[in-house]
Design a protein around this ligand. Structure first.
Ligand SMILES: CC(C)(COP(=O)(O)OP(=O)(O)OC[C@H]1O[C@@H](n2cnc3c(N)ncnc32)[C@H](O)[C@@H]1OP(=O)(O)O)[C@@H](O)C(=O)NCCC(=O)NCCS
Length: 156
């Protein structure tokens, strides 16, 4: 069940669908140095048995999303992003809460993710949500050889 209570009435949280692929790719260009393409989102959303996506909309405009992949009995966060004009309003926390709730509902035991070592807003967000550092992948990101921090949150 989707919990709308932490959101102002004009912002709607719902599950992502293949029809969102174009808007997701457009939002990604404003949030990431290496955005995903529409095709990549469509393929992921089509694989609904293995993926879970939530999106946030304001009057039909997509303003945030988050998703995870099931990897054996864990949920691996593929990404989470909020439109730059809507940041620091708690929207990423709402997305993360929905992603965690669904993973728990599906009986998954942990949630993991990789984050750029220099992405302090995201690291602060995950830390606030109870994720802990669990490892480091050196020079993981091809564009600037930045290290990736692996973070983990146990779900049971
Ligand atoms: C990271 C991101 C998703 C956060 O979205 P957001 O909606 O602004 O986050 P929230 O408002 O829910 O923030 C929740 C908490 O996270 C931390 N946080 C978020 N942004 C922060 C920032 N710029 N600096 C420091 N802490 C930050 C704070 O603890 C914040 O709580 P507070 O506002 O009460 O202090 C957003 O900055 C973003 O889309 N960044 C680009 C994409 C990205 O890097 N995604 C992560 C990939 S791993």
């Amino acid at each position: 069940m989707i919990d709308q209570t932490a959101l102002p009435p004009e912002i709607v949280l719902r599950e992502g669908a293949v029809a969102d692929a174009c808007a997701l790719a457009e939002l990604d260009t404003r949030c990431f140095a290496i955005p995903w393409s529409e095709q990549a989102f469509a393929a992921d959303l089509n694989d609904s048995g293995k993926t879970c996506y939530y999106v946030l909309e304001e009057e039909g405009k997509l303003i945030g999303y988050g998703g995870w992949w099931r990897v054996v009995d864990e949920a691996e966060i593929m990404n989470i992003a909020v439109d730059p004009h809507y940041r620091r309003r708690g929207l990423a926390m709402v997305l993360l809460a929905a992603l965690v709730r669904q993973a728990q509902k599906e009986g998954l035991t942990a949630m993991t993710l990789e984050v750029r070592e220099g992405n302090h807003p995201a690291i602060a967000l995950y830390g606030r949500f109870g994720f802990e550092k669990a490892g480091l992948r050196r020079e993981y990101y091809a564009d600037n050889k930045e290290n990736a921090i692996i973070m983990l949150k146990k779900l049971n």
